[in-house]
Design a protein around this ligand. Structure first.
Ligand code: C2E
Ligand code: MG
Ligand code: MG
Ligand code: MG
Length: 282
């Protein structure tokens, strides 16, 4: 019995593996076509001043308008891109489109327009030897001013080689880009090394914000991060704020900025301009 049972579960295992491999291949094939067919979009989520309710900047978040599967979020395709040679062209598109949109806003028509944008960089994008030249070219082509672009990288990106990372960060700074650490707190081991790097802001990960009010260890961690960030004169941005209680707690603990569904989900560019004009109630 045990033998047939084992055989059975291994058959199921192989079937599941097969499905996953086929899915992955399908995503890869579709992704290649998506670049040519221009199926990618950027949506923009406001980052809010928690005390005034005003918009400080936006984060650009990638979406894929798949012809058969609808609007896909990064978790449904970005890992496949990162494992293949597709992250590079997708990342180049994201940077170009972000700069184009930001420049259009900065020149923009009537009423307040977004003036600062944060763009996410994956591990392979950060370590691409041509990253700096590519960003410099985008900034120049669209005549973006110093301080209007921030890049978001996770701690794990920097872990690889702190000295080399610092060289890249210094060059990004020289271009006038801010450097924000994304999902901060999820890779705590690198803290000491991290704090020696030239960083402008920490983004406190969703998971800790979600724990506020009922998980003491999340609360403790948020307090520690905020205190440390304040000591180092960094901007602090909380991610994933969904409730008024969370906003108030964070603001009370000295967190100046935040983003989340409480204020706005990521929205297409034509909706983003309306968000700027209407401060979230604070
Ligand atoms: P991230 O940079 O940490 O982005 C924050 C994620 O939280 C976004 O997911 C956003 O839609 C989501 N979010 C916003 N408000 C809330 C909230 O109140 N509650 C909850 N639960 N979630 C909220 P999204 O757009 O699915 O992106 C996932 C990740 O994919 C991003 O995490 C980022 O690491 C990566 N990513 C997104 N766009 C790009 C891109 O253009 N390039 C690269 N390299 N990575 C990207
Ligand atoms: Mg981010
Ligand atoms: Mg994040
Ligand atoms: Mg995150």
């Amino acid at each position: 019995y045990a033998k047939t049972r084992r055989k059975g579960s291994s058959a199921i295992f192989h079937e599941a593996m097969h499905t996953r491999v086929v899915d992955r291949m399908r995503v890869e094939t579709d992704l290649r076509a998506a670049l040519e067919k221009q199926e990618f979009e950027l949506h923009y989520q406001p980052i809010i001043d928690l005390r005034t309710g005003r918009t400080r900047s936006f984060e650009a978040l990638l979406r894929w308008r798949h012809p058969g599967r609808g609007l896909l979020a990064p978790e449904q395709f970005l890992a496949v891109a990162e494992e293949t040679d597709l992250m590079r062209p997708i990342g180049l598109w994201v940077m170009e489109e972000s700069c184009r949109q930001l420049a259009a806003w900065q020149l923009g028509g009537h009423g307040p327009q977004p003036s600062r944008l944060a763009v996410n960089l994956s591990v392979s994008e950060f370590w691409d030897p041509e990253l700096i030249d590519n960003i410099a070219a985008c900034l120049a082509a669209h005549r973006l001013t110093t301080g209007s672009l921030a890049v978001e990288i996770t701690e794990s990106v920097l872990l690889r080689d702190a000295a080399e990372a610092r060289a890249v960060l210094d060059r990004l700074h020289a271009l006038g880009c801010e450097l924000h650490i994304d999902d901060f707190g999820t890779g705590f081991s690198s803290l000491e090394a991290l704090l020696k790097l030239p960083i402008d802001a920490l983004k406190i990960d969703n998971s800790f914000v979600a724990g506020l009010g009922h998980d003491p260890s999340s609360e403790q961690l948020v307090q520690t991060i905020l205190r440390m960030g304040q000591d180092l004169d960094l901007d602090l941005i909380a991610e994933g704020i969904e409730t008024e209680d969370q906003r108030q707690m964070l603001s009370g603990l000295g967190c100046d900025y935040g983003q989340g569904y409480l204020f706005s989900p990521p929205v297409p560019p034509e909706v983003a301009i309306m968000v700027v004009g209407h401060p979230a109630s604070a």
